[in-house]
Design a binder for this molecule. Sequence first.
Ligand SMILES: CC(C)(COP(=O)(O)OP(=O)(O)OC[C@H]1O[C@@H](n2cnc3c(N)ncnc32)[C@H](O)[C@@H]1OP(=O)(O)O)[C@@H](O)C(=O)NCCC(=O)NCCS
Length: 201
Amino acid sequence: MSELEGDFDSFAVDPKHYAPLRCFCCGKHGSRSEQEVNRLVREYSSGRHKGSVFRVTVDGRKRIVGVAAFLAAAPSQPMLGQFTGSPYISVIGLSERYRGRGKGGLRLGDLVLLDALRAITKSWGGAPHTFALVDPNNRASRNLFERNGFRMIIRANRNSHEADSLFRRIGVQSPVGSLGGVSMPLVTPSETGTNAGARAQ
Ligand SMILES: CC(C)(COP(=O)(O)OP(=O)(O)OC[C@H]1O[C@@H](n2cnc3c(N)ncnc32)[C@H](O)[C@@H]1OP(=O)(O)O)[C@@H](O)C(=O)NCCC(=O)NCCS
């Protein structure tokens, strides 16, 4: 993994009006996840998927390093219905030129995910349980989420069209235990599993 220097910046954008997104590409090697992420980013930049927070990380020349989007899970979303109101990371990807690179001892995927987790903590007013749908055969993505405290809770059903498994990162709930109108169990920080998880608080 080659290390990069220089400053990066991360911020929320309106994807419809952020022109650099139109040429975003996380890879053209044909993996299902790459195609899916490229398609989703195109859809976000054409104004679909309203109601999400869309964040970009850029390098010193304002080139996109990576993107991440999150939103509150809705009853209509496959596998997520029972977690309605909890944050769900709907997109994460690095620009192809930034794949396989690191910065300050972290992979760039970690920087993008940790930025999204920080933004989720801010939006939800605490560190809520956070979800992501991940293709378990997508090694890079699965490793990224597992390094950062996510664990598979619902396995992909091979007999359906759903190729993704549901991963959850346990949050640290406030005593009220309610976010977005949904009651959630209280957990202790030790249940979050990893040090990397703590970094995102
Ligand atoms: C998921 C993702 C953000 C993780 O980022 P990361 O943890 O920094 O990992 P990278 O992709 O940079 O590197 C992972 C491995 O892929 C390799 N790789 C580098 N460039 C690559 C490319 N263009 N295509 C495929 N693999 C590549 C890396 O060398 C690395 O190998 P290693 O583990 O042996 O070192 C990133 O892999 C990505 O953008 N993938 C495409 C989109 C995607 O699958 N998103 C997740 C959907 S749930």
